[in-house]
Write a protein that binds this ligand. Structure first.
Ligand code: KG4
Ligand code: ZN
Length: 349
């Protein structure tokens, strides 16, 4: 009988310290994630050096938990997989150094994995055999994370062709920046997703950047500016002097984080719902068109924004109308995690 392969996956590319044990590239035995989000919120944004230090403090505890949840000993691990790129250098270095030390100490191979490829691969992961997805290649992959918005033609877990990407901000970044302008907290995506359910997505007709361009590229920075302008217009209409502005300061000179004071809550719900609708419209429309143009019939989502409920709903609706199949990762595998790194590592092994 073929021996089961156990891979330990380590992910520290941003602000989550994450370690998992995955069997044969798919069955997740443990998935431990220690988030620093609350900590960085205190600083009003992400501080890379602080993140690296937090990874160092936490990583051995996360390893212990990951082994204990999986009920395996370190000596039973066959291979270590770690995120190599992309990510924040100070954070990545902690995970890579730790992984190298472990692999060397145990005398087992070390695999360095691409974080973006792993986000799309997350669609293969499951906790129970009855949840095993029947995912077939080739497919169109939409990778939407905090730093990237890309469309792929994927031929296997380890081979894909980039067919489109963002020319400026990613969709996740747009969610985070709009949340910041409205003083909603970090990360903005999940907060805006939840608030939008109570807002009117038709209230403000925001631009849908590049929706009709013949390529498969994206651009979200203009949309973010359109939201900013709308907030400024709202404030100007409400009061002559903005509560955060000095008497000699124009509203338009204020920083993103300063423009949100005294906004009516219902209007906040409407503006976030309208903004989200514009982002989702562009993502869905381009993904469907790419699938049609390439003559494919499967769409696969990955990355933090693939947790978005409106994206899942609208992509599902359009995929169904076109007779396409749609896959997205289980929520626990959408965000940064070690399971996607370990899982993909199996294919490189
Ligand atoms: O993939 P990820 O966890 O980390 C990176 O590799 O960047 O993605 C994080 C991004 C953040 O921008 C966050 O705001 C966004 O994913 N995000 C969401 C949702 N949940 C997380 N965006 C929209 N709707 C969500 N429900
Ligand atoms: Zn990520």
């Amino acid at each position: 009988m073929k021996k089961d392969i156990l891979i330990l996956g380590i992910e520290t590319s941003c602000d989550d310290t994450a370690i998992s044990v995955v069997q044969n590239g798919e069955l997740v035995l443990s998935n431990i994630i220690s988030s620093q989000a609350k900590f960085h919120e205190k600083y009003g944004g992400f501080v890379p050096e602080v993140a690296a230090r937090k990874h160092i403090e936490t990583i051995t505890f996360v390893l212990d938990e990951a082994l204990s949840e999986a009920k395996v000993n370190l000596e039973e691990i066959d291979t270590i997989a770690v995120t190599k790129l992309p990510g924040l250098q100070p954070s990545l270095v902690v995970g890579i150094g730790f992984a190298k030390g472990l692999a060397l100490g145990l005398g087992i191979p070390l695999l360095e994995i691409n974080h973006l490829e792993a986000h799309i691969y997350a669609n293969h992961l499951y906790r129970k055999i009855e949840d095993k997805p029947d995912l077939k290649y080739p497919y169109v992959g939409l990778l939407v994370s905090g730093g990237h918005s890309e469309l792929w033609l994927a031929n296997s877990p380890t081979s894909h062709k980039l067919i489109g990407s963002t020319r400026d901000d990613s969709s996740g970044e747009a969610f985070d920046k709009v949340a910041r302008m409205l003083g909603l907290g970090f990360p903005g995506g999940p907060i805006i997703d939840k608030m939008s359910q109570d807002g009117d997505e038709m209230a403000i007709n925001f631009p849908r950047p590049m929706i009709d361009s013949p390529d498969f590229d994206f651009s979200f920075s203009g949309l973010k500016t359109a939201v900013r302008n709308e907030i400024i217009k709202y404030n100007e209409g409400k009061s002559e002097t903005h509560p955060n502005a000095r008497s000699d300061q124009k509203l338009s000179d204020l920083k993103d984080s300063e423009i949100h004071k005294e906004i009516d809550n219902n209007w906040k719900l409407d503006i976030v719902a309208s903004f989200q609708e514009a982002v989702i419209d562009v993502l869905v429309s381009k993904t469907i068109r790419a699938t049609q143009d390439l003559g494919l019939s499967t769409i696969v989502l990955g990355g933090g924004v693939s947790a978005n409920s409106r994206l899942r709903e609208m992509m599902g609706r359009k995929a169904h109308e076109n007779g396409f199949e749609l896959y997205y990762p289980n929520i626990e595998f959408c965000f940064d995690n070690g399971a996607m790194i370990a899982g993909l590592g199996y294919w490189y092994l």
